[in-house]
Design a protein around this ligand. Structure first.
Ligand SMILES: NC(=O)C1=CN([C@@H]2O[C@H](COP(=O)(O)OP(=O)(O)OC[C@H]3O[C@@H](n4cnc5c(N)ncnc54)[C@H](OP(=O)(O)O)[C@@H]3O)[C@@H](O)[C@H]2O)C=CC1
Ligand SMILES: Cc1cn([C@H]2C[C@H](O)[C@@H](COP(=O)(O)OP(=O)(O)O[C@H]3O[C@@H](C)C(=O)[C@@H](O)[C@H]3O)O2)c(=O)[nH]c1=O
Ligand SMILES: [Mg+2]
Length: 294
């Protein structure tokens, strides 16, 4: 029998990627504003009543990292209280929740990739509000999977890769920070990984194998400058916009929010638990570069 997935949000990068993986086996319904607003818990319960899913997926969030520094209440209303509302509504209906979180829950001081068991220490409001969301989700719904991903991009929506291509259209040189490490993660690959999580949940509903926090990124790592260079190389190879990347330091690029210097995530626990391997980040950039941009 088909598994019914209710995805919170419609226009987000991951929500849109989820819509594309719908099939006869996985019936995907994305519900966003105005029908469902995270700041209105009744609208979340109504969507669950109406669509009667088997699993609830929550990739909706307040994601404006710099703006969050001055919109603290709104960031928490969505990323903590909104997340809690979704997880609680799922729990009331007896449903598991797959919740998406971020590498920005970490402080960035560790030299190695972060494990799920490593201490958190967000450097800004966005990361802190997302961490509060993780805790709230776990507190209200024991049947939860929290997937921490990073540096998400897609052929649609707002993301760093598309910003780079836009900048390259009218300049020869783009200055990009080289002292922040992490792993660009392609939204369509996240969607496939979420399906693997859902298969595990359906196969083992008691949840002994799958509850908790998992790190989920593409494989490998780079810097923002390295990511930009790869996007330009792949774009140029297809006759698209390209620029030279001038590596700069974080100090040369002041922003309201501080970002972690290292937010590489160790994905071993995800791979072992869900039997799904993510591809290398460069392979994903290749697929991004050959996809039509929306
Ligand atoms: N973007 C990134 O680089 C990263 C993202 N993440 C996490 O991954 C998840 C997915 O991110 P991504 O797809 O990039 O997010 P986007 O910024 O692309 O989209 C955010 C989504 O959240 C929805 N949303 C925001 N506020 C509300 C609200 N009040 N009620 C209902 N929906 C709301 C938006 O709806 P609308 O279309 O109506 O605005 C949109 O669909 C998030 O949890 C994010 O924290 C983790 C690591 C990196
Ligand atoms: C646009 C631009 C950014 N930068 C720097 C600023 C910053 O340190 C880094 C990334 O910039 P952005 O603002 O695009 O990315 P940012 O908003 O920090 O992206 C984050 O979003 C949230 C939602 C997450 O969860 C994180 O995983 C991460 O993807 O690149 C440059 O050096 N040059 C540039 O031209
Ligand atoms: Mg940004």
């Amino acid at each position: 029998m088909a598994t019914k997935l209710l995805v919170i949000g419609q226009d987000g990068q991951v929500a849109r990627a989820m819509a594309f993986v719908g099939s006869a086996d996985n019936i995907v319904t994305c519900v966003g504003r105005p029908e469902l607003d995270l700041t209105d818990p009744a609208s979340v319960r109504a969507a669950i009543d109406r669509h009667k899913p088997d699993i609830v997926i929550n990739p909706a969030a307040y994601t404006a990292v710099d703006k969050a520094e001055s919109e603290v209440e709104l960031a928490y209303a969505i990323n903590r209280d909104g997340a809690a509302g979704v997880a609680a509504a799922a729990a009331e209906a007896g449903l598991p929740i797959v919740h998406i979180s971020t590498d920005y829950v970490f402080g960035g001081d560790k030299a190695e990739p972060y494990l799920e068991s490593d201490p958190t220490g967000p450097t800004g409001v966005y990361g802190a509000s997302k961490l509060a969301g993780e805790h709230a989700v776990a507190a209200v719904n024991p049947a939860h999977v929290v997937l921490r991903t990073a540096w998400v991009y897609a052929p649609w929506g707002h993301n760093f890769a598309r910003t780079m291509l836009r900048l390259a259209a009218d300049r020869d040189v783009v200055r990009v920070v080289v002292d922040q490490q992490g792993t660009p993660t392609y939204a369509p690959d996240i969607a496939q990984a979420v399906l693997a999580v859902c298969r595990t949940i359906v196969a083992s509903p008691d949840g002994k194998d799958w509850r908790g926090v998992f790190h989920l990124t593409n494989e490998g790592a780079t810097t923002w400058a390295g990511f930009a260079s790869e996007v330009f190389a792949q774009s140029a190879a297809r006759g698209g916009p390209s620029a030279r990347v001038e590596p700069i330091t974080t100090a040369d690029y002041p922003t309201p929010a501080r970002r972690p210097a290292n937010s590489r995530l160790d994905t071993g626990r995800f791979t072992r638990t869900f039997g799904h391997r993510m591809s290398d980040w460069r392979d994903a950039v290749k697929r991004f570069s050959s996809a039509p941009k929306a």
